[in-house]
Design a protein around this ligand. Structure first.
Ligand SMILES: CC(C)(COP(=O)(O)OP(=O)(O)OC[C@H]1O[C@@H](n2cnc3c(N)ncnc32)[C@H](O)[C@@H]1OP(=O)(O)O)[C@@H](O)C(=O)NCCC(=O)NCCS
Length: 172
């Protein structure tokens, strides 16, 4: 059974190595999450450090899933900064460790992120993911609306171009 909770910047800093491990694992297993194959723990840690100021300022939330205290999943919710978008948010880095998938952890994390967005008045959420990926299957299963796909939008970890699907969900 996994527990979902929000990490503040101080705790996220402490859990940085585990967050980095999660990202490295995802890329090593072919997930298209902004990075190419060979991502190192140091590079992944550097990415997570870029998320810390937003978490500290409250413009970003980091939710994690733990099993017996071990970090096995995460998702980032970022509030749109534009003055005309106080109702909008974006979901990124929706990751579940490869050894823990298909146990409902992704669905639970996404549901918690949606609830956190709703509680913050962010009622329109957006995200993108590789077309045909496990992420796409999760978002469809969780009632997200498919907007369309952009051909060749990003490279897979192995360097081949792939289409990206854009989704939204009204959570208010
Ligand atoms: C996408 C991801 C987070 C899903 O996490 P998960 O814990 O395995 O997802 P869940 O077990 O909660 O799955 C919920 C539903 O999503 C769908 N789903 C999830 N993974 C799937 C897969 N590999 N194939 C088909 N359907 C899938 C199913 O409908 C599933 O319900 P079911 O198991 O009852 O059939 C995980 O596969 C992952 O980390 N992938 C790599 C990173 C990534 O691509 N993230 C998205 C990029 S933004």
């Amino acid at each position: 059974m996994s527990a979902i909770r929000s990490l503040d910047a101080a705790e996220a800093t402490i859990r940085l190595p585990a967050l980095a491990e999660l990202l490295v694992d995802a890329v090593a297993h072919g997930a298209s999450v902004n990075f190419l194959a060979g991502l190192t723990a140091a590079e992944a840690g550097a990415f997570w450090r870029t998320q810390l100021p937003g978490i500290a300022e409250g413009t970003r939330r980091l939710l994690v899933a733990e099993v017996a205290g071990r970090l096995v999943g995460c998702v980032v919710l970022t509030f749109a900064p534009q003055p005309n978008a106080p109702h909008r948010g974006e979901i990124t880095k929706m990751l579940v460790h490869s050894a823990q998938r298909r146990r409902g952890i992704g669905r639970a994390l996404l549901g918690a992120a949606e609830a956190a967005a709703r509680a913050a008045g962010r009622t329109l959420l957006l995200l993108d993911t590789e077309a045909g990926s496990t992420g796409e299957a999760l978002y469809r299963a969780c009632g997200w609306c498919w907007v369309g796909a952009i051909p060749g939008f990003a490279l897979r970890p192995d360097g081949t171009p792939a289409a990206t699907s854009v989704f939204y969900k009204v959570v208010g």
